[in-house]
Design a protein around this ligand. Structure first.
Ligand SMILES: C[S@@+](CC[C@H](N)C(=O)[O-])C[C@H]1O[C@@H](n2cnc3c(N)ncnc32)[C@H](O)[C@@H]1O
Length: 163
């Protein structure tokens, strides 16, 4: 990844840690995994929270046409970077939670890919993020603490309480 894009990512992270929600952009392996069900024949693809465009690049490598991509990004610096990197994609500068109140898609979607930091959002906001139905949908969830470790802690607390 270009040093300039990394710098932009870290600047955004420093300004809005909860909204960026990751300590670094995704790597090529995760990008390949998250896009693995998508092919050139998938049809229009929606990407939520593309950031610097790591998943976007992987989608293009899988043969998705740039003009078949809609990228919804809330960060203004990321949005400008995406417009410059993917000039034929439709880049929408908006909160993904506003999707339901706008008629954004003329044609049915083939796939949705999300890098949104959903674990940082309030449940009400997560519920409001409702992309149109699509044949495939993949999302990544990042957390500083493991949800499994948390349930282990809860179990320990419960068993202590019942002692
Ligand atoms: C963890 S980064 C993921 C970036 C990229 N997909 C990757 O994996 O490297 C999360 C991205 O979601 C964007 N984002 C956060 N909240 C958003 C929202 N409500 N609507 C749209 N994008 C949002 C952030 O600006 C950031 O670009």
């Amino acid at each position: 990844m270009a040093a300039q894009n990394l710098l932009l990512f870290f600047r955004a992270l420093a300004c809005n840690p909860r909204s960026v929600g990751a300590i670094a952009p995704s790597g090529a392996n995760l990008a390949s995994l998250i896009t693995s069900e998508i092919t050139a024949a998938s049809g229009p693809v929606l990407e939520l929270g593309p950031g610097t465009g790591v998943f976007t690049e992987a989608l293009l490598e899988r043969g998705v046409r740039e003009s078949a991509l809609t990228l919804i990004e809330y960060g203004s610096d990321f949005m400008r970077l995406l417009q410059a990197r993917f000039p034929r994609a439709r880049v929408l500068w908006m909160d993904a939670a506003w999707m339901a109140s706008h008629d954004l898609f003329e044609h049915p979607l083939g796939a949705v890919v999300s890098g949104l930091p959903l674990l940082n959002f309030a449940p009400k906001k997560v519920a409001a993020i409702s992309p149109p139905p699509s044949a495939s949908c993949a999302t990544v969830a990042r957390s500083i603490s493991s949800p499994m470790a948390c349930s282990a802690r809860c179990r320990r607390r419960n068993s202590t309480n019942s002692d």
